[in-house]
Ligand binder design. Structure first.
Ligand SMILES: [Zn+2]
Length: 209
């Protein structure tokens, strides 16, 4: 378990260092036996210690002396419904968040959109942070996808490892940035469903990392 905790700390610090999510925003978790390990609430990531990382089981139970991230519910629901989710990165990254305030999905303006598993990257409907309602909206936007935007909030990405999920989160923010720039010149030309299908079938056999 300790090596998993170390992983969570390493990537939580990277959230700040890479500017993917500033200050105390964003949270990170990794699947652990019958549950997951998650970053705490209201603590600066630069001072994280192993004892600060909290274990929550899949029923949502944890040591009440500890305070997990207030957004732990969507982590729980993703681990329950997505068997292939081994790690989750949630961030308030600038570009994805800016786009999310327009409640806009990222359409296939670039073939890399396929990295999230489909022909677009959806935007989950807004609900108050930490609620089961938000969790439900996120799961809907994650249908057949491994990343989505969250309206007026940020983005979420999961993967086979923290490295994988983190890279996807960075990619989502980069795509959001490119899409915002493209919109400055008007409506960008989108790739056809047929072209996106070709990319998607290619990426199934292409192993990242
Ligand atoms: Zn958040």
């Amino acid at each position: 378990m300790n090596s998993s905790k170390k992983e969570v700390i390493k990537f939580a610090k990277m959230l700040n260092d890479t500017k993917l999510s500033a200050l105390r925003s964003g949270n990170i978790s990794i699947r652990s036996k019958n549950g997951f390990l998650i970053t705490p609430s209201g603590q600066k990531y630069s001072s994280l210690k192993e004892k600060d990382i909290i274990f929550i089981n899949l029923n949502g139970e944890y040591n009440k002396k500890q305070r997990p991230s207030s957004e732990w519910r969507f982590h729980q629901d993703i681990y329950i419904s997505k068997k292939n989710a081994k790690a989750i990165v949630h961030s308030h990254s600038t570009n994805a968040t800016a786009l999310s305030t327009h409640n806009k999905k990222i359409p296939p303006f670039h073939y890399m959109v396929a990295l999230a598993g489909g022909t677009d990257i959806k935007c989950a409907k807004y609900a108050t942070y930490g609620t089961r309602e938000l969790s439900k909206n996120i799961l809907k936007a994650l249908k057949n996808r491994s990343a989505c935007l969250i309206a007026n909030h940020g983005q979420i990405a999961f993967g086979r490892s923290l490295e994988d999920a983190f890279e996807l989160a960075e990619e989502v923010d980069n795509l959001a940035k490119q899409y915002i720039k493209a919109l400055v010149l008007g409506r960008p030309k989108l790739l056809s469903l047929n072209e996106m299908k070709k990319v998607l079938s290619k990426s199934k056999t292409y192993k990242r990392g």
